[in-house]
Ligand binder design. Structure first.
Ligand code: G6P
Length: 621
């Protein structure tokens, strides 16, 4: 691709190799530099009395003021699925629901997959305006798409990440397709390489950060995993897991839903590479990768608005007709993609046991939109679930009463909010789940005066947020536990329901989806900008990256050591020179692509004549 090579050539020619370090002795004011290293974290210190969102604003504003009035972070968000951006259409999965408001508000560019496949030829990014942001839906190459989506992403990685090895399958060709599609998306993103940072999402795109770097894109990159990350022995079953995990360390920031996922990843680094992290920072020859937990949330205010808004007539009729099935009687609700990780079959068996002990006591509304229907394991699972439901209905149902009402229809968030509100029990019992936003949505939709009860799998990420005094936590593999929890929920006194609900709702309100994205973006921003622009000019360097800081220190030390040696001691001086040269080359290598940022600086700090200011005798940094 000509455009990529042109850019790389320009960047490379802008920075030549080291010259004699003796010439640089006087050039670098080490004291000033070290002082900066020490001062910068203090600049970013939070005011003691600021709340979470005030803190976000003040840190950002302070940093911009102190450095160079850079406008808000211009993000590129990349994920496989993008939201439909239509309030009447249902969302597929938590990722799309979570990112839609972020992109619409922040003005980010969101790149993802279109419904159509292409022939692999490359086109300019097909950007379409949406809210303040833009969306580009890529026609991913037809040749590699099945191996990428149905194959490696959803038949190999997805079951492994959910610790379900029996569901794993795949081939080396699938992996190759997965890599090819990641490379294709990276090449498409090259068009927006000058935006400030890249924020990549989910297991489809583990190697995308590395693919961006391979093209010479050196903006900060963050990754967020929406699924769990499993224990080392599970990830070791994934073919090419070493290569994949290594490529993940090309991101500056890796975000996880829970402490369990983060700890599993750290344990995996130790098991697979013998690599230790310190304070959740991993240092490799590439630089530093920060690991952090960001538990995803919802927008509870929007949920309240959904409950108040009118539904489109057709959906209103669908909801009313579903609710007519339960008139006057208590019912539980389950809402899940039809996915074997969701434990729907075990839940149905829980109902079977409950109805055996307490006949005719409670019914279930199970909404299960079809998902990944071209993956064999999903087809099999659909049969498993439907057979189980039929058995329960035949055994416990009567002419007037059906225990389980089941539909594959999808519903808008507004319609779901009404159904959640009407159900006295929310049953969220996945075998494993990254977070499971249905749990939070069910709580947010409840009537504060008469709330329902949440029955929650202890293996959903949400169970790290909600404790046993709030939700009724169950092992989703044990139907008898599910049965007992539903029975307890159905008979729980109002006072206890209100207390449990209030406590969960407080948590939901204190960390919303907007706090989640702000936290992620703020952390990503820390990778962007560390050395103030005026100090960069001393070195002739452009914007830089936190990951490079150890390289500065290393070089400063090597240079100081060289300067300390008596020139008469030729052999020692020579050895110190070699050492300094190596440190300089290591420092310089990742910087070549940041040089272009110099030209974005405001006039008063920009280099005169468009060239970096050179210290006398300084090398061409
Ligand atoms: C999960 C994944 C998402 C995915 C969603 C729907 O929530 O974490 O990345 O988009 O499922 O799956 P689909 O294959 O339909 O995009």
């Amino acid at each position: 691709m000509v455009r990529i090579h042109d850019a790389l050539d320009t960047a490379t020619s802008a920075s030549d190799s080291a010259s004699d370090p003796a010439q640089r002795d006087e050039a670098i004011d080490e004291a000033a530099f070290d002082q900066h290293l020490d001062e910068i974290p203090q600049e970013l210190n939070e005011p003691a009395d600021a709340g979470p969102s005030e803190r976000a604003v003040s840190v950002d504003v302070d940093r911009r003021d102190a450095v160079n009035q850079q406008p808000d972070l211009k993000l590129v968000v990349i994920s496989n699925r993008v939201a439909p951006f239509d309030p009447n259409k249902p969302q597929t999965g938590g990722l799309a629901a979570a990112l839609e408001p972020v992109v619409q508000r922040s003005g980010a560019v969101w790149i993802g997959s279109s419904e159509n496949r292409g022939d692999g030829s490359e086109h300019p990014l097909p950007l379409v305006k949406t809210g303040a942001g833009e969306v580009a839906r890529l026609e991913l190459p037809a040749k590699d798409y099945p191996g990428y989506y149905r194959g490696f992403s959803n038949s190999t990685l997805w079951p492994a990440l959910h610790s379900l090895p029996d569901q794993m399958s795949g081939s080396e060709e699938d992996y190759q397709s997965y890599r090819n599609i990641n490379d294709f998306i990276a090449r498409a993103a090259f068009d927006v390489r000058d935006r400030d940072a890249f924020w990549v999402h989910d297991y489809h795109l583990l190697p995308l950060g590395a693919a961006l770097h391979d093209l010479g894109i050196e903006r900060p990159t963050g990754f967020f995993l929406h699924t769990p990350w499993p224990a080392p022995d599970m990830i070791e079953r994934v073919p090419n897991h070493r290569e994949l995990m290594k490529s993940m360390l090309e991101y500056d920031l890796l975000g996880f839903q829970t402490n369990r996922d983060l700890n599993n990843f750290v344990a995996g680094l130790r098991a697979v590479f013998g690599l230790e992290s310190k304070d959740d920072v991993v240092t490799t020859e590439r630089g530093q990768t920060r690991l952090q937990k960001f538990p995803i949330g919802i927008d509870p205010k929007q949920f309240a608005e959904y409950l108040a808004a009118d539904l489109a007539p057709a959906e209103h009729e669908k909801v009313s007709s579903l609710l007519r099935n339960f008139e006057g009687a208590k019912f539980a609700i389950g809402v899940d993609r039809l996915d074997y990780t969701k434990g729907i079959d075990k839940r149905v068996e829980g109902f079977n046991q409950l109805l055996r002990n307490e006949p005719h006591s409670i019914s279930l509304l199970q909404i299960a939109p079809s998902s990944r229907a071209d993956v064999e394991e999903y087809q099999k699972y659909k049969d498993v679930v439907e057979n189980a439901i039929n058995r329960v209905n035949n055994k416990h149902g009567t002419d007037e009463w059906r225990p389980i009402h089941y539909t594959n229809d999808s519903f808008s968030q507004a319609a779901l909010a009404r159904l959640y509100r009407a159900a006295k029990i929310g049953v969220v019992t996945p075998l494993r789940d990254g977070m499971n936003l249905v749990a939070k949505e069910y709580v947010a939709a409840q009537d504060p005066q008469d709330p329902g009860v949440l029955v929650l799998s202890k293996f959903a990420g949400a169970a790290e947020d909600f404790n046993e005094n709030e939700a009724l936590l169950v092992d989703p593999n044990h139907p008898e536990e599910i049965a007992a929890a539903i029975s307890k929920a159905a008979n729980m006194p109002l006072e206890e329901r209100v207390a449990r609900w209030r406590s969960m709702m407080d948590k939901i309100e204190s960390f919303t989806i907007h706090d989640w994205s702000a936290d992620n973006i703020r952390e990503l921003d820390k990778s962007r900008l560390i050395i103030p622009a005026d100090e960069c000019l001393r070195f002739g360097l452009g914007w830089t990256n936190e990951a490079q800081m150890p390289l500065y220190r290393r070089h400063a030390e090597a240079l100081a050591a060289y300067n300390d040696i008596d020139p008469a001691d030729t052999a020692l001086k020579e050895a110190a020179f070699e050492d300094e040269k190596r440190a300089y080359e290591a420092l310089q290598a990742p910087l070549i692509h940041t040089q272009d940022r110099l030209w974005d600086l405001p006039a008063d700090t920009a280099p005169i004549g468009g060239r970096p200011e050179q210290d006398p005798g300084a090398a061409e940094y």
